[in-house]
Design a protein around this ligand. Structure first.
Ligand code: ZN
Length: 159
């Protein structure tokens, strides 16, 4: 095995650990009483049901993000990481990250539209590309984020 392959193996292990850690100990896992935006996300295929809460200030900055509900390890880890990732982020930038993540998971060979953005830790979810049925688990919280900021009253469904 070449060094490059070894690095990729190490990275995969690191990402696996990251996802398991967030799934076992979800961050920001509580209801938010003073949310300005919220939305439910439902993934009927897996049975994931999450509710995302956001407090967005007048400058469109996401001051705080929390979630509750129940889901599989991947959907829970994704929601947990989302709440940390978008904290302090401009709302529109957060939506661009959703598009980028979606693209990286579903059409990784297409040209990158948001080149300046870096997925960072969210790259951990690129591993689910190999399991198409889990892509919806990985993006569920992000679908809910989009519904929340667009003030869509209908639950975000992956279907
Ligand atoms: Zn799931």
């Amino acid at each position: 095995m070449s060094d490059a392959n070894l690095d990729i193996e190490n990275l995969r292990e690191l990402y696996r650990e990251l996802i398991l850690d967030h799934a076992r100990n979800p961050r920001n896992f509580e209801r938010m009483a003073d949310a300005t935006h919220s939305a439910e996300g439902i993934n009927p295929l897996c049975g994931d049901k999450l509710k995302l809460y956001f407090r967005i200030n007048a400058a469109n900055i996401i001051d705080d993000a929390k979630f509750e509900g129940s889901g599989c390890a991947i959907s829970t880890a994704s929601a947990s990481m989302l709440t940390e990732f978008v904290h302090g982020m401009d709302m529109n930038t957060a939506l661009q990250y959703f598009e980028l993540l979606q693209q990286r998971l579903t059409a990784p060979d297409s040209p990158v539209e948001h080149a300046p953005l870096d997925l960072g830790k969210l790259r951990a979810f690129e591993g689910v590309r190999e399991y198409p049925s889990r892509i919806k688990c990985a993006t569920l919280a992000w679908h809910a984020l989009r519904s929340a900021v667009q003030c869509d009253d209908h639950p975000a469904s992956t279907e």
